[in-house]
Ligand binder design. Structure first.
Ligand SMILES: Nc1ncnc2c1ncn2[C@@H]1O[C@H](COP(=O)(O)OP(=O)(O)O)[C@@H](O)[C@H]1O
Ligand SMILES: Nc1ccn([C@@H]2O[C@H](COP(=O)(O)OP(=O)(O)O)[C@@H](O)[C@H]2O)c(=O)n1
Length: 213
C-alpha cells in the first residue's frame, strides 16, 4: 500500500505520515528532506540556491545519509529548498528515487507537495493535510524554538506564507490538492486526534476497496 500525504509547510504532514507508517508497517519517506538536503549542499559550498547548475549538480550527488542532518530543519534551509524545488531539472533528478522507494514492498508513506499528483498518482490513499496560516506558524515557531532557533512569530508566518506561495505558483509540480485526495484540516486537532482521523480515512478506504471522496 502507498499512502501519499501532501500539504503546505508545517501543516503536520510529517508527524502524521511517520505515525501512519509505523501503524501500518510501511516505510516512511520525508521527501521535503531531499529538497532541503540539496539546498543545504549548495549553501554549504558557498553557492546561491538560485544557481540552477549548482542545484542540479547537488541533486545528482544527493546521498540519503545527507537527509539526516539536523541542520536541514533550519528556516534558511527551508526557504532555499523551495527555491531549488522550483527547478524542473532538480525535481527530475530525484523523482525515480522517490518512486522506487514507494514501490518497494510492502509499500510506503511519503509526505511532500507533489506525492499524489506526480510521484505516486497511483497511491491507494491520498491525504491533503492543512491548517490555518496562524496555527502552522505557531507550530513551526515552537519547533524552531525547541531546536534552538528563536525566530519571532511574525517572521515565521511571513516565511511560511511566502514559501507556500512559491510552492503553489511554480509551473512544475506545484503544491495542490489532488482531485482524489481527502482534505484533512488539523487546525483544531491535536496530534493524536489528527492521527485518529487519518487512520479512519485509511481504514474506510481499505474496507470499501477504494471509494474516493
Ligand atoms: N495536529 C497537531 N497539533 C499540534 N502540533 C502539531 C500537530 N501536528 C504536528 N504538530 C507539530 O507541528 C510541528 C510541524 O509538524 P510537522 O509534522 O513537521 O509538519 P510538516 O511536515 O507539515 O512541515 C512539529 O513540531 C509537530 O510536532
Ligand atoms: N515533495 C516535495 C517536498 C518538498 N518540496 C519543497 O521542499 C520545501 C521544504 O519541504 P518540507 O516538507 O521539508 O517543508 P516543511 O513542510 O517541513 O516546512 C518545500 O517548501 C517545497 O518547496 C517540494 O517541492 N516537493
Amino acid at each position: 500500500m502507498i499512502i501519499a500525504v501532501d500539504g503546505p509547510a508545517a501543516s503536520g504532514k510529517g508527524t502524521l505520515a511517520r505515525r501512519l507508517a509505523a501503524h501500518y508497517g510501511l516505510a516512511y519517506l520525508d521527501t521535503g528532506s531531499l529538497y532541503r538536503a540539496v539546498a543545504l549542499a549548495v549553501l554549504r559550498a558557498g553557492g546561491d540556491p538560485a544557481d540552477e547548475a549548482a542545484a542540479v549538480a547537488a541533486a545528482h550527488a544527493l546521498d540519503m545519509a545527507d537527509t539526516e542532518d539536523p541542520a536541514l530543519r533550519g528556516s534558511d534551509v527551508g526557504r532555499a529548498a523551495s527555491v531549488v524545488a522550483a527547478m524542473p531539472a532538480v525535481r527530475e533528478a530525484i523523482l525515480d528515487r522517490q518512486r522506487r522507494f514507494a514501490h518497494t514492498p510492502p509499500g510506503a508513506v511519503l509526505d511532500g507537495r507533489d506525492i499524489a499528483t506526480v510521484v505516486c498518482p497511483d497511491a491507494e490513499v491520498k491525504l491533503f493535510v492543512t491548517a490555518s496560516d496562524e496555527v502552522r506558524a505557531m507550530r513551526r515557531c515552537k519547533e524552531l524554538e525547541a531546536a534552538g532557533e528563536a525566530v519571532g512569530y511574525d517572521a515565521v508566518l511571513r516565511d511560511l506564507v511566502e514559501r507556500d506561495a512559491r510552492d503553489r505558483n511554480r509551473t512544475h509540480a506545484p503544491l495542490r490538492q489532488a482531485d482524489d485526495a481527502y482534505l484533512l484540516d488539523t487546525s483544531n486537532l491535536d496530534i493524536e486526534a489528527a492521527f485518529r482521523a487519518a487512520v479512519g480515512i485509511v481504514d474506510s478506504y481499505r474496507e470499501t476497496g477504494g471509494v474516493r471522496p
